[in-house]
Design a binder for this molecule. Structure first.
Ligand code: CA
Length: 302
């Protein structure tokens, strides 16, 4: 009896050993597949996805991010006032506060960057977060919060502008304006939230001919995609600014905030593929979820 029992135990142990061996082999193969093949690819994709040419989180407690490398700064006109603020922040403690009193003459805050826009890569993503504390009525015809300009030796002109308008019920929304050709592009996909941070991301392919392109996302949702258009004048350099710039608003005294502005060479945080003109970025694989899924499948064999 005793011997039989021992034999039985030994058989069971052998079975267990075989199972463990298969399991170990499966695990090693899995790890090899994930880390030797998938991971280097993933690292390359991550590196591409996180190429940040410039950013402003305002956490120095000053507006210094805008002045880095003498490539930008505050360029205000009329009664526009820009300042660092701890009223609200998308990241950390600080954001940039932009205040105007638009009573019928052009007045604006403009936070500029330009070196990155002139870099060798013509395809860049410009992103920032805005906070609109109250609903505002645009009574002067335009309210510019984001623009690209063409800079000549003797001056500069806007080209593509993201403006705020009002829907029939008063809700604010973003529309795109080609200042050079005086053409508006409207959308009914999304309105602007009040009292909540909202992300605006713009892809701009720099070109003076019709190989240019502009695409716009609000909170990761594409609201404009305009290929085959020029985006900068010939013999001019591209500049970018985040603005609170208008002629007349109601109420006239308007403060908006911006935080976590970035210029990157690849998109981040988009819910849709950027454009049919560019190759779609492969979504970043969720390694942990994939690993657990395959591991579960392997475990089911034992
Ligand atoms: Ca911040």
């Amino acid at each position: 009896m005793h011997t039989k029992k021992r034999i039985h135990f030994s058989k069971h142990s052998k079975k267990k050993k075989v199972s463990l061996t298969f399991f170990s082999i499966g695990l090693v193969v899995l790890i090899a597949l994930l880390f030797v093949m998938e991971n280097p690819l993933h690292i390359r994709q991550s590196a591409a996805a996180t190429t940040i040419l410039w950013s402003a989180n305002h956490e120095s407690g000053t507006m210094s991010d805008w002045y880095v490398n003498d490539c930008g700064g505050e360029f205000n006109s009329g009664n526009g006032v820009s300042s660092i603020s701890s009223d609200v922040a998308h990241s950390g403690k600080y954001s940039a506060k932009m205040t105007i009193n638009a009573t019928g003459s052009d007045t604006g805050v403009r936070l500029f960057r330009w070196c990155e826009s002139r870099a060798s890569d013509p395809d860049l993503y410009y992103s920032t977060w805005y906070y609109f504390p109250t609903q505002v009525q645009v009574t002067g015809g335009w309210w510019n919060i984001f623009q690209f300009k063409s800079k000549y030796p003797g001056g500069n002109d806007p080209y593509w502008i993201v403006n705020v308008g009002n829907r029939s019920n008063g809700a604010m929304y973003l529309y795109l304006y080609d200042w050079v050709h005086k053409k508006s592009y409207d959308q009914s996909i999304a309105s602007l939230p009040v009292g909540k941070w909202v992300n605006l991301k713009v892809f701009l392919k720099r070109a003076a001919d019709t190989t240019g392109q502009i695409s716009v996302w609000q909170d990761g949702i594409e609201i404009f995609n305009i290929p085959h258009v020029p985006t900068v004048d010939a013999n001019a350099e591209l500049q970018w600014s985040i603005d609170n710039y208008a002629n007349e608003l109601s109420p006239s005294d308007v403060t908006i905030y911006t935080d976590d502005a970035t210029i990157t060479t690849s998109p981040t945080g988009l819910n849709t593929t950027p454009t049919p003109e560019k190759p779609s970025p492969k979504p970043t694989p969720d390694d942990t979820a994939d690993f657990l899924k395959v591991l579960k499948q392997i475990m089911s064999f034992f």
